[in-house]
Write a protein that binds this ligand. Structure first.
Ligand SMILES: Cc1cc2nc3c(=O)[nH]c(=O)nc-3n(C[C@H](O)[C@H](O)[C@H](O)COP(=O)(O)O)c2cc1C
Length: 311
């Protein structure tokens, strides 16, 4: 898989750099493609909050600095690794600037996994960085945690630490079915699950769940009013496959039938029901209230691999 590492340390020969090098070595030995950005050697300004990326040019940042080098690589990455020295209990300021600039693409297109590498002077100083990782990455971007690696004081650059990181990098595997989030659709006693895709609209919907929507069967779909969220016009498609679920233009729709006559419609597909689940939807009464929720089999709380104590 493609792995992008954002290294937020300003010291090229420092403790964080050693952690990054070991993790990279392990991941590359397992056949993964790793790109490291040394954020502190780049010119990356903070976010201007101008909303150009949301209002004028979807997913594009108006600031033409070195973050433009990061964006295309991030959009092709399956895994994001944040690496930083601990500064005042958080990530370095330079790395924080780069993180804030992810606001432009919103949901990088392929990301499924994440890891966190932290170096500090003292043990047990990781609360701020862990909070950001848990809430802004694992939960907001719906990523699977591949571990939090921390080194304090003398642990930095120790052979044990570096070996542990090499082994963790070498153990990484491609995202698979296990990493796919599911939209749970419940109507009365009927409960089915649709596999969510990686579109902006799907990830935005995940952050809006749980929701309750009501609609009527038109013969080809259950069409329910739902206030529009974030979506990328370029990700709309022509026509649908029976069992597709779409969200856009003020509607949530379960497109249970009619795929052969659907070519004239542009739809924003966010999820898909298999044939058996779609048959259960087709059998529902004409007017239905759906309760929508999220199932993420891979979701968990960030797991420190060590807590500033390697032995
Ligand atoms: C501005 C600054 C703030 C720091 N804040 C903390 C801190 O809050 N807690 C801590 O244990 N170490 C702190 N440190 C120490 C670094 O986290 C530690 O030396 C780390 O190993 C440096 O990593 P590096 O070699 O990759 O730069 C701070 C260092 C600097 C320069």
């Amino acid at each position: 898989m493609n792995i992008v590492i954002l290294n937020g340390s300003p010291r090229p020969q420092g403790n964080t750099a050693a952690m990054v090098a070991a993790y990279r070595e392990g991941a590359e030995s397992a056949g993964h493609t790793v790109t490291v950005f040394d954020i502190c050697l780049m010119h990356i300004a903070g976010c201007l909050a101008c909303e150009y990326c949301h209002k004028k040019a979807p997913r594009r940042c108006i600031q033409k600095d070195d973050m433009q080098l990061v964006y295309p690589v991030l959009d092709e990455a399956d895994m994001l690794v944040l690496a930083s020295p601990v500064y005042y209990h958080g990530l370095s300021g330079q790395l924080k600037c780069a993180i804030d600039r992810i606001y432009a693409p919103g949901y990088p297109r392929r990301l499924r996994k994440a890891a966190l590498l932290l170096s500090s002077g003292s043990p047990n100083v990781y609360g701020g960085a862990l909070y950001t990782y848990q809430h802004s990455f694992l939960e907001w971007l719906h990523l699977e945690d591949m571990g939090v690696f921390m080194a304090a004081g003398d642990e930095n650059k120790s052979p044990e630490l570096l070996e542990r990181l090499r082994a963790a990098g070498a153990a990484l595997t491609e995202p698979d079915e296990h990493n796919v989030a599911r939209l749970v659709i419940r109507a009365g006693d009927v409960e089915v699950q649709a596999s969510l895709n990686q579109t902006q609209a799907a990830r935005d919907l995940m952050n809006r769940l749980p929701l309750t929507v009501s609609g009527v069967d038109s013969g080809v779909d259950y069409c329910c009013e739902l206030k529009e969220g974030v979506f990328d016009e370029a990700e709309k498609q022509q026509g649908w496959t029976d069992g597709d679920v779409s969200v856009a233009d003020g509607w949530f729709a379960i497109l249970h039938s009619g795929q052969d006559q659907s070519q004239d419609y542009r739809v924003m597909v966010v999820a898909h029901l298999d044939d058996e689940a779609n048959a259960q939807i087709r059998a529902l009464p004409q007017q239905v209230t759906f309760e929508l929720s999220l199932d993420e089999p891979y979701a968990k709380t960030a797991t420190p691999v060590n807590d500033g104590a390697l032995s």
